[in-house]
Design a protein around this ligand. Structure first.
Ligand SMILES: Nc1nc2c(ncn2[C@@H]2O[C@H](COP(=O)(O)OP(=O)(O)OP(=O)(O)O)[C@@H](O)[C@H]2O)c(=O)[nH]1
Ligand SMILES: [Zn+2]
Length: 353
């Protein structure tokens, strides 16, 4: 089966609570069922013996103190938990979902076990993020119908298939001469867009990489700085003469809307934006700026002036072959609701604010 189709089928199955199996070359198949969408009947059908191991990510395992270590350098690193008589469905949910961490003490003890299918296990954690689900699975049940090769999941992340789909004039507030360009890829359903503002004048464009933030961009959330940054970027590009705003469909720094809102719920409990992502089992920043580099390439731009406070964006673009000739700061005034978020970005994720 075509790789893109197999990823789409696997995502669909996981989101419906159906099992899938990951077949990595040279490894035994890894059957799995996402805990978030499972129910007791589904688990009983998948693992009729009632004795099943779980697979979670290292950040979640470190939060649960299941490993005597900090999260692994690659936060997608998988950790397997041994079957135990007290590991029932509600305990599996508690291991997967941090929302009740503070309220309910976990039954236990839980022991980790060696990962015998490392390629498939890592692919499972990545697939959960792509599907917008918590990275936690019941594993080693009955061999399911839907199967997927980890190479298909890697391809899903690859920007090479991205192409220009269409373009049109789009007058926007602050830039009435703008043009919108939409991109598509056969490997992923995300439709990224670029807003081209002003006319090229021979100098490198002023570029803003904006990651989707439904709450900030559309609803006017005061918890982050996305909405004001989006509008200020259009103004700054217009004032510069010309440039490009890339609107990247990487909601929640790449973990998806629902997981971002789970992170917000953890922030309501007092965790900061960094620890909230880790408790959920995700990387602090799961974005891939290769997509942005490919869009710039398709627009014929290899040298850019980048509007950002985030050195990781500069590094990510450079690693993907774009030359960032200048970083232009893009800080906006704080409000009482986002002051801590901005301070965390400055103190913990290297933002130059
Ligand atoms: N996971 C998570 N994502 C968040 C949170 N707050 C905002 N975001 C997401 O962060 C992204 C916005 O980050 P950006 O403004 O593009 O980038 P940045 O890394 O802050 O760097 P700048 O270019 O300096 O703004 C959007 O996808 C938001 O949805 C949060 O608390 N948790
Ligand atoms: Zn935001």
């Amino acid at each position: 089966m075509n790789a893109a189709r197999s990823v789409a089928r696997a995502i669909d199955a996981l989101r419906r609570g159906w099992p899938i199996a990951i077949h990595a070359p040279g490894e035994a198949p890894l059957p799995l069922l996402a805990i978030e969408t499972a129910d007791p009947l589904g688990v009983a059908a998948f693992a009729p013996g009632g004795d099943y191991p779980l697979l979670i990510s290292s950040g979640r395992a470190a939060t649960l103190k299941l490993t005597n270590q900090l999260p692994a350098a690659d936060p997608d690193t998988p950790v397997a938990i041994e079957p135990a008589p007290w590991l029932d469905f509600s305990t599996a949910v508690a291991l997967a979902d941090p929302q009740f961490d503070l309220a309910t003490p976990l039954k236990g003890p839980f022991r980790t076990m060696a990962i015998d299918r490392p390629v498939a296990s890592l692919a499972a954690i990545r697939l959960a993020r792509i599907a917008g689900l918590l990275p936690a699975f019941v594993i080693d049940g009955r061999d399911p119908e839907v199967t997927i090769d980890p190479a298909a999941i890697d391809r899903h992340q690859d920007a090479a298939g991205l192409h220009l789909a269409t373009r049109a004039r789009l007058p926007v507030e602050g830039a009435e001469d703008a043009e919108i360009v939409a991109f598509r890829s056969p490997d992923s359903a995300d439709e990224h867009v670029a807003l081209l503002i002003g006319q090229p004048n021979g100098s490198p464009p002023l570029v803003r990489l904006h990651s989707e933030c439904l709450t900030g961009d559309v609803l006017g959330s005061l918890k982050c700085d996305c909405g004001p940054q989006l509008r200020a970027a259009i103004q700054a590009i217009r004032a510069n003469g010309w440039g490009i705003l890339l609107y990247l469909r990487q909601e929640g720094r790449g973990i998806g809307l629902v997981n971002k809102l789970r992170a917000y719920a953890l922030q309501d409990q007092g965790f900061d934006t960094v620890d909230a992502n880790t408790r959920l089992g995700f990387a602090v920043d799961a974005r891939d700026f290769g997509v942005a580099a490919r869009m710039l390439d398709l627009l014929g731009q290899r040298d850019v002036r980048l509007l950002t406070n985030n050195p990781a964006k500069v590094a990510g673009l450079e690693a993907a072959g774009v030359s960032v000739v200048e970083r232009v700061p893009h800080a906006l005034p704080a409000n009482p609701h986002n002051a801590r978020y901005l301070a965390t970005k400055r103190d913990r994720t290297g933002h130059q604010l």
